[in-house]
Design a protein around this ligand. Structure first.
Ligand code: KIV
Length: 272
């Protein structure tokens, strides 16, 4: 049974508004491939983000900056084939929306024309408000993303939490209100203090989805490889391991190597 009550009904932006109004928490995860998306969708996840975090966890880059529009579209096509219920949202990669409002509009439109995604996400507050307005005016749902914005890593110099001092906190609160006015259907709050996330969540009528932003957000999102424990070297405090797949995979592959060497695989039953 899904968190919205209807097992097969497609999740839309309206579902999220309703969930916020009813106090039903929204569950979201990232996905980058067909097989994983199919599993997450059938487990009942509400939203799948084809995150530009694929630059880190799929491509092995240090940052999300090298990810291209073509790559986002490629992964979104694969993810979408595995999804029948969840809403699929696609990250607009670095430099696909910063050059001009028109360029952003063209790229958001490209994602919607070339994939079956339900919306796009882009990082920034007031500075992207005009862009979000233009995109949403064309009927394309936009998810905002404020707090820690990984595409600005070279400006920050580190991945530390944001909004700890008053100026930063006020800016984040203002950005959230501006995003709502611009037409965003929800906002990701990344790595900000719980109390600030609570204040932001109470100040806007659209749902907030937290990552490292505490329990008061309207929903939560995690990067799939983090929550499945695929990377043992990455364990910030906001990541809870729901599985230990790195260990599972290690022991499965070791067993396979052993069986191949010992000639116990394949057996007669596994042969033709
Ligand atoms: O790219 C991504 O995975 C994200 C989430 C961390 C929200 O933006």
């Amino acid at each position: 049974m899904s968190s919205t009550g209807g097992q097969f009904r497609r999740v839309t932006t309206k579902t999220f508004m309703l969930m916020k109004q009813k106090g039903i928490k929204i569950s979201a995860l990232t996905a980058y491939d067909f097989m994983t998306a199919k599993l997450l969708d059938s487990a009942g996840i509400d939203l799948l983000l084809v995150g530009d975090s694929l630059g880190n966890v799929f491509q092995g880059n240090e940052t999300t900056l090298p990810v291209t529009m073509d790559e986002m579209i490629y992964h979104t096509k694969a993810v979408s084939k595995g999804v029948s219920r969840a809403m699929v949202v696609v990250d607009m990669p670095f430099m696909s929306y910063q050059l001009s409002v028109d360029e952003a509009f063209r790229n958001a439109g490209r994602i919607m024309k070339e994939t079956p995604a339900g919306g796009v996400k882009l990082e920034g507050g007031e500075r992207v408000a005009e862009t979000i307005k233009k995109i949403t005016d064309a009927g394309i749902p936009v998810m905002g993303h404020i707090g820690l914005m990984p595409q600005s890593i070279h400006q920050y110099g580190s991945y530390r939490e944001r909004g700890k001092n008053e100026d930063e906190a006020n800016e984040i609160l203002n950005d959230a209100k501006v995003l709502e006015q611009a037409g965003a259907f929800s906002i990701v709050l990344e790595k900000i203090p719980l109390e600030l996330a609570k204040k932001v969540t109470a100040s806007v009528s659209i749902p907030t989805i937290g990552i490292g932003a505490g329990v008061e957000c309207d929903g939560q999102i995690l990067v799939i490889s983090d929550m499945l424990g695929l990377n043992k070297e990455f364990h910030p405090r906001f990541v809870r391991y729901y599985a230990h797949l790195a260990d599972e995979i290690d022991s499965a592959v070791k067993k396979y190597i052993h069986d191949v060497r010992e000639r116990s695989f394949p057996s007669e039953d596994e042969s033709y």
